[in-house]
Design a binder for this molecule. Sequence first.
Ligand SMILES: [Zn+2]
Length: 312
Amino acid sequence: MPLLTRRSTALERRTMVLSSPPPEPQSKTSPSLSSPRRTGLLEACTNPGCGSGWLHLWRSRSAPLIEGGWTCSAACTAERLKAAVARELDGRGTAVEKHRHRIPLGLLMLEQGWITSSQLRGALQGQRDNGAGRLGHWLVAREGVSEQLVTRALGLQWSCPVLPLASHDPEGLAPLLPRLFLDAFGALPLRIAAGKLLYLGFEDRLDPILALALERISGLRVESGLVQGSLFQPAHTRMLQAAFPSVELLEAASEPALVRALARRVEHVRPVESRLVRVHDCLWLRMWSRPQTGPLPELSSVQDVICTIAGS
Ligand SMILES: [Zn+2]
């Protein structure tokens, strides 16, 4: 590009920057991915410690974006990710993870008059004799209690709804999360309602940490519930066979090494958006290479990195 043109463009840009309103404070809610703002040269770098001043106006890059904010250089990308990683790791052991006392399933069902004490004793015996299986399983298998009733009791135990599994579309829902999470945490995305609510099913216990992570990544409100086991299992197996977004597993030796590795990925992909959340013992970085057109991510435009710090 001729110097003159380039210079005038830069001046124009600077004028626009000066006349544009100050950036809004970072909001807690995720910016919408479906209506991307034109970002980059007209915006300030979102690394609070950015030292490039006006220099970044000459840098011709409009990506990457990290949690809705543009960074002007690889160094600023690393700083933003460092802050995000520290934030997520600090959140370890938050209230959501603390063990909440739940009424034992057997007692709950006994109280409701849904089973007799002899059925409860029989199921406990079955569990002891076999050294395996949840109580609900033995109530059904050995005592002939209906599975619907056990699921209903689990719903009471977890204070959550029992969700139906009608018109399940595993292929369409698979881009929502890495296959590994579906497998490891026994979750099953069920459907999206009104373009903003995701129903997330579990077989016998909820995973509020995964639900929260999914909410923060997808921008959808996640409603967790239980699905009757005999319906859940085949649907879960079917969904595991669907096509999931590409994923990279990363184990770093330390937090700084992790930040460096993530920054390299982000600088390489230059996503139009990227978000980092913690899911149990790992961090999940999702990168979108194109603006999205609907509530469900497009399979080919998202990439996941799942990372852990060795020995943590
Ligand atoms: Zn910067």
